[in-house]
Structures are given as structure tokens and as C-alpha cells.
Design a protein around this ligand. Structure first.
Ligand code: MF3
Ligand code: CO
Length: 276
């Protein structure tokens, strides 16, 4: 993914603005996730996302980004990320990953989540739980004094201990007035490496986790990333501000708020084990 050249720390008023954008995106994704049921098409989900974003007074960030044709990415089963909505119909048992971005007064929010359509198989449920938990392990590491590599290390060690793999070809990123800003935020790495984090970093942390091998390729549509081995892939993403009080998740969905995942993650807290 490309990165803009410019990067600077965000002031607290700017983080507050990004938080406003993030709350809208959280509500949008929650609505979309609730719409996932047998018979709905990926285009239906895209239209709902586009309408929600515009009615909230925001701009759909993905639409036209490097000529991306839709306002939402929907990636099903072996699709990892960047699936383009179309006539495909969701069926019972599908693992559906939703990824969306919006702009409010020039500030970006970028987030995504995965859900099972209907009852999940054991493998789908475990992949959902581990990927979601992996995201929170990464979020917990996004605090002053840590390095970028601590985030990836936290995600990778957890995910691999559960028997799954992290995708290497795509990474998280800084975010602000551009969707993609430095630094890159890999979901793998060594502790103490990369940028030293301090208050004012805002990062999109987005673990992509495969049930099988980590290898992926892009389909002929130029966007859809799929696993080489055809096995399942899962993905979650939050936009997170590094503050002196700890990581503050700017894109919490209402259900996550209700679960008590407060804006600032308490140091050392073990996140709940179930996916939202
Ligand atoms: N969450 C994705 C990212 O971090 C979204 C990119 S899709 C695109 O890059 F269509 F906007 F490119
Ligand atoms: Co992103």
C-alpha cells in the first residue's frame, strides 16, 4: 500500500476530530455487519455503506482511491482484503470481511471487521476469535515508549501460537489527513525495532490472518487479495491514537463500547476472548 510522504504527530484537537470520524465509521460497520445474512449481495453492502457515510456528512474514502470503484471492501472466505463488491451473494457459512474508510472535515478513519454468515463452523469461529484477539494484542502495544515492532510482534506471536499465520504482503499504516501515512505497521516483527512511539501517533492496525499458509496473491481484477492455498482468511482493523494515557481506539463499534472496551485500553488488561 502506498504512503504519503508527509507525516507528523497529531495534536489532541486533531485526534478529537479523527475520533468523530471514527465513531461514525464504527456505527457504519456495525450496521453493515448486522446486514450480513444469506442472500444479500456484496453490492447491497456497498450501497448501504455509501449511503450511511454520505448521510452522516462524510466522504466515502475508498471510492476513487487509486481508482478503487466502490466505497467498501467485502472479502469472502479465501479473500483476504480488497474484495470489490458486485453481484456475489453471501451464503450461510461464509466468512465475510468488511473494510471501510471515510473522511470527515479532511480527517480519515479506517476500520474493518469480519463476521460469519449464519452459524460459524469451528474453524471459522476460531479464526474470528484469534484474529480479533490479535488485533487487541496489537492495540495494547501501541503506547508511548514502545516501538512499531512491538505491535507486530504482539500480533504475530499470539496468532502463530494459535496455529494460524499472519500475512506479510500487506501492512497497517499511519493515518491522518491521508489514509496512508508513514510509518508502516506490519503484523509481524521484533520488539524494540522501528519508530519509537509517542503521543500523537495515529495508526491503523490491521491484522490479516490466514488459516493456512501466509502466502497471498492478487486476482486479475487488480484488487482482490486471496490466499494461495485457498484456505480461509480473516481481518480486523481499528484506527488507534497513541496517547500519554495509553492507546485510544478511535473506531470502536457500538457493540464494543457496550462490552466495556473503553476508549483507552487499561495497561496490561486481558481483552475479552470473543469477537464482537
Ligand atoms: N483498509 C485498507 C487499507 O488500509 C483499505 C484500502 S482499500 C482502497 O489500505 F480501496 F481504499 F484502496
Ligand atoms: Co487500513
Amino acid at each position: 500500500m502506498s504512503r504519503a510522504e508527509t507525516f507528523r504527530l497529531k495534536r489532541s484537537e486533531e485526534i478529537a476530530k479523527m475520533h468523530e470520524a471514527g465513531r461514525i465509521l464504527g456505527r457504519c460497520l456495525e450496521e453493515l455487519a448486522a446486514m450480513v445474512r444469506p442472500g444479500i449481495s456484496t453490492d447491497d453492502l456497498d450501497r448501504a455503506a455509501d449511503t450511511f457515510i454520505r448521510q452522516a456528512g462524510c466522504i466515502p474514502g475508498f471510492l476513487g482511491y487509486y481508482d478503487y470503484p466502490k466505497s467498501l471492501c467485502v472479502s469472502v472466505n479465501d479473500e483476504v482484503v480488497h474484495g470489490i463488491p458486485g453481484s456475489r451473494v453471501i451464503r450461510d457459512g461464509d466468512l465475510v470481511s468488511l473494510d471501510c474508510g471515510l473522511i470527515l472535515d479532511g480527517w480519515w478513519a479506517d476500520s474493518g471487521c469480519s463476521v460469519a454468515c449464519g452459524p460459524a463452523t469451528d474453524e471459522v469461529q476460531r479464526l474470528l476469535d484469534v484474529t480479533y484477539q490479535g488485533l487487541w494484542r496489537g492495540i495494547e502495544a501501541a503506547r508511548p515508549g514502545n516501538h512499531i515492532g512491538d505491535i507486530g510482534h504482539a500480533v504475530q506471536t499470539y496468532v502463530e501460537a494459535q496455529g494460524f499465520t499472519v500475512v506479510r504482503n500487506y501492512v497497517g499504516h499511519g493515518i491522518g489527513r491521508n489514509m496512508h501515512e508513514p510509518p508502516q505497521v506490519p503484523n509481524y516483527g521484533q520488539p524494540g525495532t522501528g519508530n519509537l512511539l509517542k503521543a500523537g501517533y495515529v495508526l491503523a492496525i490491521e491484522p490479516m490472518v490466514n488459516a493456512g499458509a501466509p502466502d497471498v496473491h492478487v486476482l486479475d481484477d487488480g484488487w482482490t487479495v486471496v490466499t494461495d492455498d485457498g484456505r480461509l482468511a480473516c481481518y480486523f482493523e481499528h484506527t488507534v491514537a497513541v496517547t500519554d494515557e495509553g492507546p485510544r481506539v478511535l473506531t470502536l463499534r457500538p457493540s464494543e463500547l457496550a462490552e466495556g472496551r473503553n476508549a483507552t485500553v487499561v495497561a496490561g488488561g486481558e481483552p475479552p476472548r470473543t469477537a464482537a
